[in-house]
Design a protein around this ligand. Structure first.
Ligand code: NAD
Ligand code: SER
Length: 316
């Protein structure tokens, strides 16, 4: 394990910061290089090496991989669902070309492993709404979902054709307090906590009864590392695994927050993100991940809400 040299691309983002810190705990600070197009996130400062990388520049990426003796890449750079709908061609370009650059370099340099996240956004209005299975009808309606679905099949292709050990999870909406979210449809479930702590109120851009699959960040980080550490022979899915934890609506999370902040008031002003949310399943069947590498979430809505509020209140 100590011989690994890991490059995390997109390390200053919502997942990247927490994943980099978790990997540094396991593999050692100097074995995990944080990389991003933007400046180093303050939470990463003095915790290990940082390099500036544009994943769209394949040569720059390739040079860094050779220079730093990288053995594994975690690719987190992407444009998410809501931002993607504002600039579809940019989202397609970054989400596809960034992945292809990493897969090519992994193939050429014979890297040990690659991690790349997909999303529940691969599913569309024709997929089952409840307990959406691993394999089902998949007809995404957002550019983000299309890019994730195509990306899953590129991962599958590089694994079968070139032997690149690339692994992937279809994350649900991820909820966290350490670094800000990057423009997703599920971001309301983060903003609501900040609104509750700052001024006892929040206006949701999704309707009150919009159920979506969600997960607390500690579960997502653990799932990622557990998948990456699972024996290759146990993995039956080389596109991307469904994983699940919690499913709730804006009204339900508001009720949970009111248990801590009784004066909290939620109002609703749905916008263009409602149509995106309506196209996604309400809950996910993750039994294949459970069977293959023993995936199990730890946080439910109550435990997550308590932890989010405590930490946001501490940082106020
Ligand atoms: P984010 O937007 O918070 O972070 C992405 C990071 O990538 C940013 O720091 C950004 O500066 C960086 N980046 C952008 N373009 C780059 C480039 N050309 N070169 C290098 N870095 C670049 O996103 P996130 O929420 O941390 O998501 C990470 C991954 O997880 C994405 O693939 C996303 O689709 C996936 N995902 C996230 C969620 C979620 O709820 N956060 C859910 C499902 C899937
Ligand atoms: N949280 C992400 C989004 O809303 C799901 O991939 O875009």
């Amino acid at each position: 394990m100590s011989k690994q040299k890991i490059l995390v691309i997109g390390a200053s983002g919502q997942i990247g910061v927490e994943l980099t810190l978790a990997l540094r705990k396991i593999y050692g600070a100097n074995s995990v290089i944080a990389a991003d197009l933007r400046e180093e996130n303050p939470l990463l400062k003095d915790t290990g090496p940082y390099v500036s990388i544009d994943v769209m520049n394949k040569e720059m990426l390739h040079v860094q991989v050779i220079r730093q003796n990288v053995t594994q890449i975690y690719l987190l750079a992407a444009i998410l669902s809501a931002t993607g709908e504002k600039n579809p061609s940019l989202a397609w370009h970054l989400n596809m070309q960034g992945l292809l650059n990493v897969l090519d370099v992994a193939k050429e340099e014979k890297l040990h492993k690659v991690y790349w996240p997909s999303s529940i956004a691969v599913f569309g209005p024709t997929s089952p709404k409840k307990n959406c299975p691993q394999q089902t009808v998949i007809e995404p309606i957002t550019v983000y979902g299309i890019s994730k679905y195509a990306g899953e099949f590129w991962c599958n292709y590089y694994f079968h054709k070139y032997g690149v050990d690339v692994r992937s999870l279809r994350y649900p909406g991820l909820i966290s307090y350490k670094s800000s979210p990057g423009g997703g449809t599920t971001d309301y479930a983060i903003e609501i906590f900040h609104g509750a702590v700052a001024h006892n109120s929040y206006t949701s851009f999704l309707q009150k009864d919009t159920y979506l699959p969600m997960m607390y960040m500690p579960d997502a980080i653990r799932a990622t590392i557990e998948l990456m550490e699972a024996p290759a022979g146990n993995l039956s899915v080389r596109t991307s695994y469904n994983i699940a934890a919690i499913s709730f609506s804006p009204a339900e999370i508001a009720t949970e927050i009111k248990k801590h902040i009784p004066d909290f008031v939620i109002t609703y002003a749905p916008d263009y993100r409602q149509a995106i949310a309506d196209s996604w399943p309400q809950s996910i069947d993750d039994s294949v991940a459970h069977k293959d590498w023993n995936w199990k979430p730890e946080y439910d809505l109550t435990r997550m809400t308590t932890d989010m509020l405590e930490n946001i209140q501490k940082g106020k």
